[in-house]
Design a protein around this ligand. Structure first.
Ligand code: XMP
Length: 516
């Protein structure tokens, strides 16, 4: 465990738990999430400088509701209980929590009272907006606790025992609907816990470099599958800084890449970073296997399997390779408490990280502690060009899931050309960075058109652009009509094989972001 200060967040299953971690990290303090039941021994091992108890869907009056040992409050470590975490704290320390039939959900007015460090900088008696989402309420405070803020529906909206540095809030300071939530969290971190701003990307780089060097020793060689996406690019840049030419990157050109992709990766990693980059031209191999396959799941499976084969073959050629780098991010490793149950498989995802366990290589995962926006910040710190750091996500199976129907070389070229026009116009309109994903889809549908007095009979190009936070849900973007008009005219005039352009106005759900 490193010497940096750590806030431990115990997760009771709230949908906002990850947000708590992010809000704390945004204030330059490192935080990590663990399930509420990790046990006191593990908590002592982590040796946190502060503990936050998250919200959760349960009622602490239920039998078998999630709970913690009272010893946690005896560690001398400051505690902040949020929502369920506040109710549980009240109950465990001798207060009374009532289960009410009325659920308080949504915006509420919170009135801080005078004298608490948690509300330093706030005017006592002056209401602020906060976000509430709870059924239970605290009716009697534990001994030694005092009320520090109240609201109409939950008189014990915030209560504390300053002597023991235990603070509780019934509302959610971590959500944007609590506009001054960051200040409240800041007061807890800096005024109450006296933490320092010790989490920065510059210090992370030093730590991560040292960690990788210690992990792989003086002679180990690491292989890194490069996709051109943000995560694998940042991993490669970081590893290159750590072990220089003992890093070999493998980039597989599967014939399903966007226009200019391969050149761009070569330019950045070979010319700029001087990485040992192996570009494998596997276009024929993939496209021959995919010929005639039109079922989305079959396509995905073929690509996943083929990718593993190519990657294994190439890595076997590299001597002394003992390590495999993966761009695993923090959201993938958090063992959150899931009250939702397993979700149905909608699409079988393939990505560079989806390599089999039986590859005889040990894993290096230097981004395991980071959220996506932190990965971008790290990339900037490492000098990865802005256009790479800010890239929109691109699916592992590439254009295969955007070229509906048969994946002939010609249709893929058509899609690539039209997609490039769309991409260029979105960049030119200054919209690229504000959109989660924007891309084109080629439909296997022919329609009749007329150009220069001639009848045409060609395929349809669909424009897709969505706003999203995590790819799980998405809204279609209201792209300006002028932009749509320009893309439509250019695509039809410049790309053979397309004579009609449509705009996809489906959100997710019910649609998915990709068409296949
Ligand atoms: P869907 O289409 O399921 O996509 O709404 C959600 C997000 O995931 C991306 N996506 C993939 N990413 N391998 C990946 O690495 C895949 O197989 C894959 N399929 C979809 C998609 O682009 C969107 O960002």
């Amino acid at each position: 465990m490193s010497s940096r200060q750590t806030v431990l967040i115990l997760d009771f299953g709230s949908q906002y738990t990850q947000l708590i971690a992010r809000r704390i990290r945004e204030q330059s303090v490192y935080s990590e999430i663990h399930p509420y039941n990790i046990g006191m021994e593990r908590i002592r091992e982590i040796a946190p400088d502060a503990i936050v108890l998250s919200g959760g869907p349960a009622s602490c009056n239920d039998v078998d509701s999630p709970t913690i040992s009272k010893e946690l409050y005896e560690l001398g470590v400051p505690v902040l209980g949020i929502c369920y975490g506040a109710q549980l704290t009240a109950k465990l320390l001798g207060g009374v929590v009532k289960t009410s039939d009325k659920h308080e959900y949504g915006r509420a007015k919170l009135v801080p009272l005078a004298g608490s460090e948690l509300f330093h900088g706030f005017t006592a008696g002056e209401a602020i907006n906060v976000w509430m989402s709870h059924g239970d309420r605290v009716e009697a405070l534990p001994t030694d606790f005092v009320l520090v803020a109240e609201s109409e529906n939950s008189p014990a909206a915030s209560f504390a025992c300053a002597k023991r540095r235990i603070y509780c809030v019934q509302f959610h300071p971590e959500v944007v609907h609590s506009p001054r939530g960051a200040e409240i969290l800041g007061n807890f971190l800096f005024r109450i816990c006296k933490l320092e701003k010790s989490w920065s990307m510059a210090s992370f780089v030093d730590e991560a470099v040292a960690k990788v060097r210690a992990q792989v020793g003086d002679t180990g060689r690491i292989i890194c599958g490069l996709s051109g996406g943000v995560d694998s690019s940042v991993v490669a840049a970081l590893l290159h800084k750590a072990i220089g030419n003992r890093l070999t990157c493998i980039f597989v050109d599967n014939g399903l890449l966007r226009a200019g992709e391969r050149d761009n990766v070569e330019k950045v990693f070979r010319d700029h970073f001087h990485v040992d980059l192996h570009v494998i031209d596997a276009r024929d191999r993939f496209l021959d296997k995919l010929a005639g396959q039109t079922d989305p799941e079959t396509k995905r499976k073929i690509i996943g399997v083929e990718f593993i084969r190519v990657f294994e073959e190439e890595s076997n050629k590299i001597e002394n390779a003992k390590w495999l780098a993966q761009g695993t991010l923090y959201p993938d490793v958090i063992e959150s408490v899931s009250f939702k149950g397993p979700s149905a498989v909608i699409k079988s995802h393939h990505n560079v990280g989806g390599l089999p366990d039986d590859m005889d290589l040990e894993l290096v995962e230097p981004l395991r502690e980071l959220f996506k926006d932190e990965v971008r910040e790290l990339g900037r710190e490492l000098g990865v060009p802005e256009n790479m750091v800010n890239r929109q996500p691109f699916p592992g199976p590439g254009l295969a899931v955007r070229c509906l129907g048969d994946l002939t070389r010609q249709r893929l070229d058509t899609l690539r050309a039209a997609d490039k026009i769309l991409g260029d116009e979105i960049v030119a309109a200054g919209l690229y960075d504000s959109i989660w994903q924007s891309f084109g889809v080629l439909l296997p549908v022919k329609t009749v058109g007329v150009m220069g007095d001639q009848r045409t009979y060609a395929e349809v190009f669909a424009i897709r652009a969505v706003h999203s936070v995590d790819g799980m849900t998405a809204d279609w973007v209201h792209l300006p009509y002028e932009l749509l008009a320009k893309v439509s005219t250019r695509v039809i005039n410049e790309v053979r094989g397309i004579n009609r352009v449509v705009y996809d106005v489906t959100s997710k759900p019910p649609g998915t972001i990709e068409w296949e």
